[in-house]
Each structure stands twice: as structure tokens, then as C-alpha cells.
Design a protein around this ligand. Structure first.
Ligand SMILES: *[C@@H]1O[C@H](CO)[C@@H](O)[C@H](O)[C@H]1NC(C)=O
Ligand SMILES: *[C@@H]1O[C@H](CO)[C@@H](O)[C@H](O)[C@H]1NC(C)=O
Ligand SMILES: *[C@@H]1O[C@H](CO)[C@@H](O)[C@H](O)[C@H]1NC(C)=O
Ligand SMILES: *[C@@H]1O[C@H](CO)[C@@H](O)[C@H](O)[C@H]1NC(C)=O
Length: 431
């Protein structure tokens, strides 16, 4: 069987949700014909001279970059990275879009991806994904101030959780229509408009909150168990409020790093910003807070490599809240060296510019591959910044989290997906 046939067969073998991809019809048409003509070339590359010929898992599609390097004078080019996505095979999401063979090492031969929860009228799964291995649960916050978030200057957003035990039991019965129970967790008053999180940190959820109206943005520990009591770690910079804190990670040194950006103002629930958009370091032992990086348009997601030597910050400048979308502003992930002594972020460089929407939340696996939520799902680069492939959802993912070995839980606003893959994430649990 040729790999071309195999591709077709494997795509067809898995029942996929009948959801139209959000891609302009003409783009699909032109790219589909281009693909049919040129996929044979890609398939040839898979069979010839490479080790794992045809080892595509089900739900995976190989798209050789050479097959779309030329669109041609009469071709249709994409005009918007927000309105039309790159899906030349017109495959129904969710699926794995493979651009580089080494993505297959990340996926493994029996990779799968399934929707595991949904609520079409509520963006319940936006950000702050945190895995609690003690209970096999994933926590997340609803969209704060954005579409379908049901939160605004007068109403706080919500924290929820799902049980992966329940999901695994459902997956054994039927992979087609899983809708896990979302348990609402009352956010304590100290956490206003939660937009990021990591942990567990000292057995608590480490939440970063954007603030609401005059209520200050804060970094807050929340007990994952009832009564969900909270302890605020920091809520100011020498007496000044942050703009609207966005995302957080713990460095191997134990210091806590977070981003501050103007989205609270741009989404109508915070006053005008009074400081530049920064990345901060907070020392939980001394209480000291300092700036480690500036010069961003809108800094957003944050992650470190396992060794703590490299930091990644996404800049979502192209998405401007009430200012609208502007594709000439950054949709870019920057890499930095982390100074071993001062933890200042040095040697800023472009790591990746994304082709769909903006890069939001970030995670780095144990091999240094970088995962980012983007306009069309989760995209993955190796440590050199080569785009290896996508967990293509055809819709926005703001963040994702490894939930134990080989499981990636992907938040997609009104939906949650579970991907079972070979890659192993960092253990973000900080005792
Ligand atoms: C592009 O379209 C024009 C008009 O239909 C045609 O004459 C020309 O050969 C086409 N060019 C290519 C490269 O297909
Ligand atoms: C899944 O369950 C939630 C909560 O009961 C419900 O609101 C939602 O509509 C369900 N999703 C689907 C696709 O039926
Ligand atoms: C919650 O309360 C318990 C009991 O007082 C305390 O041990 C724990 O540290 C508190 N957790 C947070 C996050 O404040
Ligand atoms: C988009 O951003 C660029 C660069 O900041 C700016 O020059 C341009 O005016 C913006 N366009 C719109 C329509 O806001």
C-alpha cells in the first residue's frame, strides 16, 4: 500500500466530528488541488530513505512543506491569519497536522485526540490549566472579559475542573461523544479574573489574576479542595497596581515569574494601564518583586525549559481587544537566556512567528519542544524553532497542560480536548 493510500485510509478510519473547518472555501479548493498534485512527492519522501516509513498514527496527516512552497500566480493566498487557517487537506478537526517527521516522535504510533467536554454557550475552558496528579483532575478558568466568558467589570470569571478518571472511563466505552462533568469551583474574593495558573505549588493552585475594576491584579494560592481558601502572595509593585496580570510559571530555582499586559483594559474591565507591559520575578521567600524583561507589545504566555536556562514569552500584540486585530503587530514567541544569577532575561530572539491567530499559553516538554495555544489549535516547535506540527482544532486554544505521562489536555474556550501522545511534559508540581 502506498503511503498516499495509507494517508487516505487512516484519515477515513477514525470517525471525526462533522464540524466544518473555519477556512475560506477558495483557499481550501486551491490548496486541495495543489495538495493532491504534490502529496505524492511528500509520501515519496516518507517511504524513501527515512526510518519510519508510513508510521503515521490514525488522525494524522502529513503535509510536506515542499508541497505548498509555491502557491502560484493564479493561486489564492490567505489574507487573514485569524479568519482562514492553513488546512490544505481540508481534514475535519481535530487531527494531527504533521509538517516534520520528528513530530511523529512526539505523537507516538498510537496517538489520539478527542473532544472530552463542551459547552457551546460558555467559554468555560480558557486559561490556567493545572493538573492535580493526586486526584487526576485538571483545573481551568473561564474566559475573563472576552467572548462567551460571562464575566465583565461587574462579574468575576469562574474556575472549573474535570476528572480525567471520568474521561478515561468514558473513552473506554465510546470515543465519539464525551462530555465530562465540569465542576464549578467558587473563586475566592482574592482571585479576580483569573487568567493564568500553574502548579500545584506547595499543594495549592498558583493562580494569576487580572483584577477587576479597582480590585488589584494578584498572584494567589488557592486550595484545590474545599473550602478553596486563598492566600495572596503579591498584588502590587511598590504600591502600584499591575495592569492586568496574565500568566505565570515557576522557575526551577523556585522563583515565580509572571507577565503583565493591558488586556484587562482592552477588554473593558480594568482602568487604563499605568506601567509598561513587563515580565516580573517574584521571590516567594523574600517577597521581592522585580522586572526581568520589557520591550513587548503585549507579553502573554510564559514557560521555561526543564533546566531553567531558557525562557519563552509569547507576544500577542496582533490581538488588541477593543483596538481590534492588527496582523502587522507581533504574533510571536521570543526566546531568552535566563541569567543564572540575576534571572534577567537576556539575548532576546525570535523563536517563532505563528501562522494562525496569536501564540498564547506555552508549555515545554522534557525534550525542549515548545507547545503554544494559537488560533487553530496547539502548535509545536522543536528547540530550534522548527514548526513540527499541530494539534489542529480549527479553533482557538489559549493554553494546554500535560496531565501525567503522555496526556495533553487542551483548552479551547467552549471545548476541552485530550490528546494521548508519546511526549512527556515537565512536572509542574512544585512541592
Ligand atoms: C493563470 O490564469 C490565466 C488566465 O486564466 C492563464 O492564462 C494562465 O496560463 C494561468 N497561469 C498559470 C501559471 O496557470
Ligand atoms: C455538555 O454538558 C454541559 C453541562 O451539562 C452542557 O451545557 C453542554 O451543552 C453539553 N455539551 C453538548 C455538546 O451537549
Ligand atoms: C487553607 O487553609 C488551611 C487550613 O488553615 C491552610 O493550612 C492552608 O495553607 C490554606 N491554603 C491556602 C492556599 O491559603
Ligand atoms: C497596525 O499596527 C501598525 C504597527 O503598529 C500601525 O502602524 C497601524 O496603524 C495599525 N493599523 C491599524 C488599522 O490600526
Amino acid at each position: 500500500m502506498s503511503d498516499l493510500k495509507r494517508l487516505g485510509k487512516e484519515q477515513a478510519s477514525e470517525p471525526l466530528p462533522q464540524e466544518p473547518p473555519q477556512v475560506s472555501a477558495s483557499w481550501v479548493l486551491i490548496m486541495s488541488s495543489l495538495f493532491i498534485g504534490l502529496v505524492a512527492f511528500g509520501a515519496l519522501q516518507l517511504t524513501n530513505g527515512q526510518s519510519k516509513a508510513g508510521a503515521l498514527p490514525p488522525q494524522a496527516v502529513f503535509v510536506d512543506p515542499r508541497s505548498f512552497a509555491v502557491v502560484g500566480q493564479n493561486g489564492t493566498f490567505r489574507e487573514s491569519s485569524f479568519a482562514s487557517f492553513f488546512n490544505p487537506t481540508n481534514t475535519s478537526p481535530p487531527f494531527f497536522q504533521v509538517f516534520d517527521r520528528s513530530f511523529l516522535d512526539i505523537l507516538g504510533s498510537s496517538a489520539s485526540i478527542h473532544e472530552i467536554a463542551s459547552n457551546p454557550s460558555f467559554a468555560f475552558a480558557h486559561e490556567s490549566p493545572i493538573y492535580d496528579s493526586r486526584t487526576d483532575e485538571v483545573f481551568f478558568a473561564s474566559n475573563d472579559g472576552g467572548p462567551l466568558g460571562m464575566s465583565d467589570i461587574d462579574n468575576n470569571n469562574q474556575l472549573g475542573k474535570i476528572s480525567l478518571k471520568e474521561v478515561e472511563a468514558s473513552l473506554k466505552k465510546n470515543t465519539a461523544s464525551i462530555n465530562a462533568t465540569v465542576t464549578n469551583i467558587p473563586l475566592p474574593e482574592e482571585a479576580q479574573m483569573t487568567n493564568g495558573g500553574t502548579g500545584l505549588y506547595r499543594s495549592s493552585l498558583l493562580l494569576i489574576n487580572s483584577g477587576r475594576g479597582p480590585l488589584p491584579p494578584s498572584l494567589t494560592l488557592v486550595n484545590p479542595r474545599a473550602p478553596h481558601n486563598a492566600t495572596v502572595l503579591v498584588d502590587n509593585f511598590f504600591g502600584r497596581q499591575f495592569n492586568s496580570l496574565n500568566d505565570v510559571k515557576v522557575h526551577p530555582s523556585g522563583k515565580i515569574f509572571f507577565t503583565d499586559v493591558t488586556y484587562g483594559f482592552l477588554n473593558h474591565f480594568r482602568p487604563p494601564p499605568l506601567m509598561p507591559n513587563h515580565v516580573y520575578r517574584f521571590d516567594p521567600d523574600t517577597g521581592a518583586v522585580r522586572v526581568v524583561a520589557d520591550g513587548f507589545d503585549r507579553c502573554n504566555g510564559i514557560a521555561f525549559t526543564h533546566d531553567g536556562k531558557t525562557a519563552y514569552i509569547s507576544d500577542t500584540g496582533a490581538a488588541g481587544g477593543f483596538l481590534g486585530l492588527n496582523q502587522t503587530e507581533p504574533a510571536t514567541i521570543y526566546g531568552f537566556d535566563v541569567d543564572p544569577k540575576t534571572h534577567a532575561f537576556k539575548n532576546r530572539r525570535v523563536f517563532a512567528y505563528v501562522d494562525a491567530g496569536v501564540p498564547d499559553g506555552l508549555q515545554v516538554d522534557l525534550k525542549g519542544n515548545v507547545y503554544s495555544g494559537t488560533g487553530d489549535g496547539v502548535q509545536v516547535w522543536n528547540s530550534e524553532g522548527t514548526l513540527l506540527g499541530k494539534f489542529f482544532l480549527g479553533t482557538t486554544s489559549a493554553n494546554m497542560v500535560f496531565a501525567g505521562k503522555g496526556r495533553l489536555v487542551i483548552l479551547a474556550e467552549t471545548k476541552v480536548f485530550l490528546a494521548k501522545i508519546a511526549a512527556v511534559g515537565q512536572d509542574l508540581n512544585f512541592p
